[in-house]
Write a protein that binds this ligand. Sequence first.
Ligand SMILES: [Zn+2]
Length: 208
Amino acid sequence: MTSMRTTPRPRASSASSAARRLVPVAAGLVLLTATVLAGTRAAPRVGTAVPAGPAQAQERNDREVPDDPRLREDHVDPFDDGHPAITGLRPALRAALQDAARDADAQGVDMWVTSGRRSLAYQQELLDEAVRRYGSLDEALRFVASPDTSRHVTGDAVDIGPTEADDWMIRHGADHGLCQTYANELWHFELATEPGGTCPAPRADAAG
Ligand SMILES: [Zn+2]
């Protein structure tokens, strides 16, 4: 995607001189129940199609969130109800996300939020960055929505990580109404069907 930078990194010397301070927090044992689910991979639901109508009938969320540096954090606990990226989600989406994260955890899949609610300012930053990266606004809009159309700005979308959790969510998210809505964004989920329903086919990209 992005071209490799050819310019050398400007400063690489000071980092080593600075003594790295390791806070001696006893890192709690991470009990990863590595449940191997080799034989239990459920096929994606390809049943009777549910019209995408009901999920679209959502009222606009006019309540903007104030800009907050924490909205830019890319590893947020889905259950962190004190975090603006989580509390700013539409309540039904937040509940579905947490239910899904609980299910995933029960199957040994760790899940976190790489981007939840966004402020207008943050969305504009992301778009500006994409314009620089892709060279034009038209191209950038295939990957990053504008502040006035972003589903993150209204609290209707959540980005999930890591890849294993994306994969899990693509296969099981519909149990909670959560669907991948853009084909080129494996990590982006919205409420787009009824719980247990069938997800509509994802659109090609955010511009489509
Ligand atoms: Zn997204």
